[in-house]
Design a binder for this molecule. Structure first.
Ligand SMILES: Nc1ncnc2c1ncn2[C@@H]1O[C@H](COP(=O)(O)OP(=O)(O)OP(=O)(O)O)[C@@H](O)[C@H]1O
Length: 263
């Protein structure tokens, strides 16, 4: 049974994701996940924090319906996971690699989800342009991905994820490959976009500071088999600025997460 430190304000919100007794066995013997129970509520920013191999990405993929669980169930926005594919645009995924189409302009990359949804060209280009402006990249709309820095490419990837105005945004270590300064900037940007759009966010990281700084709740995982060890509510109010890092409350939360990871 995981330790929980609940936040009553969040508990009142409607449920966005529920994992019930989830088990995931990849090759008939290795249990990547076992007995995972997790509820995410609408508008939460939840981080999955844990050592390599504890099943963070597996959880994200099962929520996205990219993998079917071996046992238990996963419900997302009121439907079994996987069925969301029929409700295009409600769920977006951001990977560690920006995965942009190299032959398409930045604008055409951002417009792609809308194209797949059948949105008319004029409208999709205007919405993509608006999203690019939101991440400060409207001036490079006509460039190709290879003409951008790593941080800019990740911004484009985030813009593409948000262009369909999803209810749920899943991010798998999106900033892990970036330098520290770029990573900090993108953390700020993601928080700003989350507060502006209010989507539910599930964010995978193995960086304790990043998890505590960004999240309203941190889910601490353990490996072998992968499961939830504890949940920490981070009650530092939003909007957060980097000044909270170094405050006693923040450092206490970081220390608690580190202790839970190490136990
Ligand atoms: N397709 C697969 N086939 C077999 N085993 C897999 C597969 N994908 C993941 N695993 C195993 O499942 C476990 C959990 O993997 P997962 O990638 O979900 O962990 P993670 O916490 O995201 O790790 P990391 O932080 O290193 O990305 C690991 O032991 C991994 O080797």
């Amino acid at each position: 049974m995981a330790l929980t430190f609940p936040n009553p304000a969040m508990e009142a919100r409607p449920v966005a994701i529920v994992l019930r007794d989830v088990g995931m066995c990849y090759d008939g013997e290795t249990w990547a996940l076992r007995d995972v129970n997790l509820t995410v509520r609408e508008g939460e920013f939840v981080s999955l924090l844990g050592p390599s191999g504890c099943g963070k990405s597996t959880i994200l993929r099962t929520i996205a319906g990219l993998q079917t669980v071996t046992s238990g169930s996963v419900e997302v926005l009121g439907s079994p996971a996987g069925e969301l594919f029929n409700r295009r645009g409600e769920l977006s995924f951001v990977f560690q690699e920006p995965t942009l189409m190299p032959w398409r302009s930045v604008l055409a990359n951002v417009a792609l989800p809308l194209e797949l949804m059948g949105v008319p060209k004029r409208e999709r280009l205007s919405r993509a342009m608006e999203m690019l402006a939101m991440v400060g990249l409207d001036s490079v709309a006509n460039k190709l991905p290879r003409q951008l820095s790593g941080g800019m490419k990740m911004r484009v990837s985030i813009a593409r994820a948000l262009v369909s105005n999803p209810k749920l945004l899943l991010l798998d270590e999106p900033f892990a490959a970036l330098d520290e300064i770029t990573r900090e900037r993108l953390q700020e940007e993601l928080l700003r976009l989350w507060q502006r759009f209010g989507m539910t966010v599930v964010f995978v990281t193995h960086n304790v500071f990043e998890a505590v700084y960004l999240s309203s709740r941190v889910v601490v995982m353990q490996a072998n088999p992968g499961t939830v060890r504890a949940e920490l509510s981070i009650e530092t109010p939003y909007p957060r600025s980097r000044e909270v890092i170094g405050t006693p409350d923040f450092m206490n939360m970081v220390a608690k997460a580190v202790q839970l990871l190490g136990d």
